[in-house]
Design a protein around this ligand. Structure first.
Ligand SMILES: [Zn+2]
Length: 465
């Protein structure tokens, strides 16, 4: 079959190169060295007559943009976007070399095969096939970036800020999506439409220094901070059951009674704990999607074992829902730790708002049309996720961004979430093949779904719900 041959000849060899390049992003500015993989993608595209622009702030951390011109400029622009950096892997925990790129029993092994080198290689392979075919209705972009795993400073943020005209698009397909939910009434594939906001706070507690040998009635800042940490961990914001969360619950819950309980805010948490007993991974996804979350993660004092600390700092990871800002986080922190702690000082050192794309768009309809053909009886399950991806930089600028891949049922949500950033990460070749089919057809299906609408009308706005 044609797909099998094209994936074997084009996507898999490129994927193996990307894995073996081991662009490990530790968060240090000079880690990653993604330029090696960016050049590999450029060299992969050029025999097909595709020219790439290589753009960078640091020469060792480059990014690539390539464009296939569409038939006319009235049609919307579609982009495939992915990152080539990966998180570290501890080889001693793996059954195979994490940077070997071996193909074993129909799976390609290696760090990044799911997150998200497999998607990059498949998008690039699909891109060459589109370039060889009749011109698509609108422009198609391939955007390959560095530095996603540390927030996108040298990659997506740099591109959207410094080269916004070059990477401007109406629609985008990227990570994280395409996880199979097999236990619902109809099998579903996750389709990420939005992400929570990031808000990182440092809470400073004051006490009175004293001698560690005489703790009687000591004003110990560390004890205050740890009491606050416990209160923050116990705090549960009320669930916000938006239409997306309701659809997620319907698909995630494994029995009818739980589905019923999940419909009401008052019984939602009961449904969650029932789900947790059977499927803790899904419960974690749903818990964070449905509410503002608070996690106290770093506790610091500067001192010595024989001194009662006079100050302590607690760093807290808060993930916000659409429309919530820093003031909301501030109120919530105060409420969680109680009024007695008014001497605590709160500063925020990172903030990025939650962002959500419209769910009813030509891109979603085009995706459903193709799925009906290549993965029959599979429906789309909209997802709102707790983590952040590079997609946020485009969503903030008005692009409709979905995290999706047309994976086969081999890649269940449980397998997927256990392997990304985990051990023995690998991608089934069948997933690469179905996703290749999806990505080669999408520009044409999107064109017919969006025809009659101008690019501007078709591009949906960012909205808070
Ligand atoms: Zn990723």
């Amino acid at each position: 079959m044609e797909t099998q041959r094209l994936v074997a000849d084009r996507a898999i060899p490129l994927l193996q190169t990307l894995v073996r390049n081991a662009c490990v992003n530790t968060g240090a500015d000079d880690s990653g060295e993604e330029t090696r993989s960016i050049e590999a993608v450029r060299d992969f595209l050029s025999p097909y007559g595709i020219e790439s622009s290589i753009l960078y702030e640091r020469p060792d951390r480059a990014n690539l943009v390539a464009r296939i011109p569409g038939r006319d400029h009235f049609h919307p622009t579609l982009a495939y976007m992915g990152h080539v950096d990966v998180v570290p892997a501890d080889a001693s925990q793996w059954s195979r070399d994490p940077f070997g790129g071996e193909v074993v029993d129909g799976e390609v092994w290696g760090r990044g095969t799911l997150d998200m080198l497999g998607m990059v290689a498949t998008s690039a392979a699909a891109f060459t096939v589109i370039a060889e075919s009749e011109p698509p209705p609108g422009d198609v972009l391939l955007i390959v970036v560095s530095d996603e795993e540390a927030g996108g400073t040298f990659g997506a943020r740099f591109l959207t800020e410094q080269h916004s005209d070059l990477v401007k698009c109406d629609y985008m397909v990227t990570e994280v999506g395409g996880m199979h939910l097999s236990e619902g009434r109809v099998p579903g594939l996750t389709f990420t439409v939005g992400e929570k906001g990031i808000c990182w706070a440092r809470m400073k507690f004051r006490g009175t220094s004293g001698h560690g040998s005489m703790p009687y009635r000591a004003d110990n800042a560390l004890v205050k901070a740890s009491k606050a940490a416990e209160a923050l961990a116990a705090y549960q914001a009320r669930p916000a059951l938006t239409p997306i969360i309701r659809e997620m619950s319907e698909a995630f819950m494994t029995d009818r009674f739980s589905r019923l309980l999940a419909r009401l805010p008052a019984t939602f948490d009961l449904a969650l704990s029932r789900l947790y007993r059977r499927n803790p991974g899904r419960a974690k996804f749903l818990h964070t999607a449905a509410r503002t979350s608070i996690s106290p993660n770093v506790l610091e004092t500067r001192g010595k074992v024989n001194i009662v600390p006079g100050s302590a700092a607690l760093e807290v990871d808060i993930r916000l829902l659409p429309g919530q800002g820093v003031e909301h986080a501030q109120r919530m922190l105060r409420e969680a730790i109680g009024d007695s702690n008014e001497e605590v000082e709160i500063e925020f050192f990172e903030f990025y708002p939650s962002n959500v794309s419209d769910l009813e768009t030509p891109l979603k309809r085009a995706t459903e049309r193709i799925l009906a053909d290549i993965l029959p009886n599979t429906r789309i399950v909209p997802m709102f996720i707790g983590g952040v991806t590079d997609g946020r930089y485009w969503r903030q600028r008005g692009t409709v961004v979905y995290g999706f891949a047309a994976n086969t049922p081999e890649l269940t949500m449980d397998r997927f979430s256990a392997m990304i950033h985990g051990t023995d990460e690998r991608v089934p070749v069948s997933c690469l093949e179905r996703n290749f089919d999806y990505l080669t057809r999408l520009p044409y299906e999107l064109g017919s779904e969006a025809s009659g609408q101008s690019g501007e009308l078709a591009s949906a706005r960012v909205h808070a719900e």
